[in-house]
Design a protein. Structure first.
Length: 307
């Protein structure tokens, strides 16, 4: 629900924003016993090195090791899956998709590979393909939390809020103490104009992660849409208390203060917005114009005081 400019429509991008949480590949142990080709053992060595480098946070080196393992053993499904996860960590979803597709082709019943591929498809705007893979993952394992969250996000991204809410609600039942599903459910409920439902979900998320400024921002936005100004202001103030550089919260706070004719508070909020907003934020012009108006008002006050 974080606004690009004027507020209330989208969740901050972790929410799924992204924000989608992808399942992490499990280490696959090598079978001992029967004689194996030397190149297969070499592939396993490079793959295990890749896993170690991944744990150490050396992502480019881990990618190189997994790619070497695959060059020695092209049908190494676990290496393809791990490589997809590594590309995802680098933010390269196109390459992640390529790796996940190979993992799924090699292991069609691997729930993790299906779920990761589906979530990655959504990130590159292939939403229908993503939904297909995620639905397949749930057919294989109906109680998979990550697949439910990702599928809810996918349906929400195409405006199918009833299906989004259905899967996200199920995710909150599977893991009621995970804020991610509650946050995404709050966004979907808000988009579906279920403000009480959105407030309930965001409050659940905040109870689990109270110091998250963007969760407070989301809750404040719903209160603002309800015209509950007092609660909205309180939550926007919480948002900037926990995230002092959250520009959008300052802007919305300034608007509410202006509506309440609290000129000094509005001016401070708009000044803070301009301090932290990006140079291309479309709301900058409005904030600057409002500050000019406030300055003119203060100049007139000063003139009257001197007379």
């Amino acid at each position: 629900m974080r606004r690009t400019t004027a507020g209330a429509g989208q969740a901050h991008s972790r929410v799924l924003g992204p924000g989608i949480a992808l399942a992490v590949a499990l280490c696959v142990g090598m079978t001992l016993g029967a004689a194996r080709p030397a190149h297969a053992d070499d592939a396993a060595g490079h793959y295990n090195l890749g896993l170690q480098l991944k744990r150490e946070g050396k992502i480019p080196e881990a990618i190189a090791a997994c790619e070497k393992a695959i060059s020695l053993r092209p049908d190494y499904a676990a290496a393809h899956l791990t490589l997809g996860n590594l590309w995802r960590q680098q933010g390269n979803y196109e390459k992640a998709v390529q790796s996940y597709e190979k993992a799924v082709k090699l292991q069609p019943k691997d729930v993790t590979a299906r779920a990761n591929l589906g979530a990655a498809y959504v990130r590159i705007k292939r939403v229908d393909d993503g939904i297909r893979e995620l639905e397949t993952a749930l057919e294989l394992k109906p109680d998979e939390y990550e697949s439910r969250v990702s599928l809810g996000f996918a349906y929400r991204s195409k405006g199918d809020y009833p299906h989004a809410i259905e899967h996200l609600q199920k995710a909150t039942e599977l893991k009621p103490n995970e804020p991610q599903a509650w946050t995404n459910l709050g966004v979907a409920k808000s988009k579906a104009d279920d403000k009480p439902g959105a407030i309930f979900a965001f409050k659940k998320a905040i109870a689990l992660r109270p110091a998250d400024g963007e969760l407070h921002f989301n809750l404040a936005t719903v209160y603002r849409r309800q015209r509950n100004t007092e609660e909205a202001i309180a939550e926007y103030k919480n948002a900037v208390a926990y995230n002092p550089k959250l520009a959008s919260a300052y802007y919305d706070l300034g608007i509410l203060y202006a509506q309440e004719k609290k000129t000094e508070q509005a001016r401070e909020a708009f000044q803070s917005f301009l301090q932290y907003a990006s140079s291309d934020d479309a709301a900058r012009k409005d904030a600057e114009e409002r500050l000019k108006t406030y300055q003119g008002y203060e100049d007139k006050k000063s003139q009257k005081a001197r007379k």
